[in-house]
Design a protein around this ligand. Structure first.
Ligand SMILES: [Zn+2]
Length: 264
């Protein structure tokens, strides 16, 4: 599932299309990625509009277009953005296809957990403006995080970190990386973290978010050696610090990997 930096990687793929007009639109109107949108109307509005800018927050991407259009794309589990040749013919999973003179922009999603939203208006729609602050913004403060942990104090910290309303963009691997770096056991109750441990957790969140953006977003590279990321897939991973075999179990329904020595 795409997390913070992978979403950013896909968003950038369409950068080549900024400033260019959309000449035609093809959409699989009946697919559930379009739930609650009347696609015929939006197809007409998108056609002829110019792609102005884009931005990602957590797992949601926003594309701003002329005609006061706001296009929101969520990749779900399996969504991706691609750029194809101008004469591209959409395949089964290509649910939204925007043609420009020089290229074709494609949103595809085989498993249909993604979502396409469109809005027309002067101000940002609520699905965008009501998003929680990004992990790398100055609004994401230790105090804000502490309040969120308190509201979810009975949840294991692993499950709380996956809540997009508090930690936008954090998915399974990022949560495990953060907890390993903060030396917090993933089953620790969110309300049981002392203030100094919360500080350490907050710093680990910033470090992992910044590092993921730096290493993954430009070209989908893996993070460098020493990251927990490189050890957590499959069986047989070892702690980058201790070299001991990692523990692995399901916590709140998600596969979780940790080092029993780093995270007692
Ligand atoms: Zn360790």
């Amino acid at each position: 599932m795409p997390e913070l930096a992978e979403v950013e990687y896909y968003r950038r793929r369409w950068d080549c299309a900024l400033g260019q007009r959309i000449s035609a639109v093809a959409a699989h109107a009946e697919k559930r990625v379009f739930r609650s949108i009347s696609t015929r109307r939006w197809t007409e509005l998108l056609r002829g509009s110019i792609l102005h800018s884009s931005e990602a927050r957590g797992k949601l991407m926003l594309f701003r277009l002329s005609n006061k259009l706001w296009l929101g794309l969520h990749l779900g589990m399996t969504g991706e953005l691609r750029v194809e040749r101008p004469d591209f013919k959409p395949a089964k999973h290509d649910h939204l296809v925007l043609y420009q003179n020089a290229r074709t922009l494609v949103f595809s999603d085989p498993r249909l957990f993604g979502r396409i939203r469109i809005h027309q208006g002067e101000v940002a729609p609520a699905w965008w403006s009501s998003l929680p602050p990004s992990l790398l913004s100055k609004e994401f403060t230790p105090a804000r995080m502490a309040g969120f942990l308190h509201r979810h104090r009975r949840l294991p910290i692993k499950a709380t970190l996956l809540l997009q309303s508090g930690f936008p963009g954090v998915g399974n691997w990022m949560a495990d990386e953060i907890l390993w770096r903060a030396r917090v056991h993933p089953r620790t109750l969110s309300g049981a973290l002392e203030e100094d441990r919360q500080r350490i957790l907050w710093r680990a969140i910033r470090l992992v978010a910044r590092g993921a953006m730096k290493h993954i977003s430009p070209d989908f590279s893996d993070p460098p050696r020493g990251w927990f990321f490189n050890e957590r897939w499959g069986n047989g991973g070892k702690c980058p610090v201790h070299g001991v075999a990692l523990a692995r179990d399901s916590i709140s329904g998600r596969t979780t990997v940790w080092c029993s020595r780093c995270q007692p």
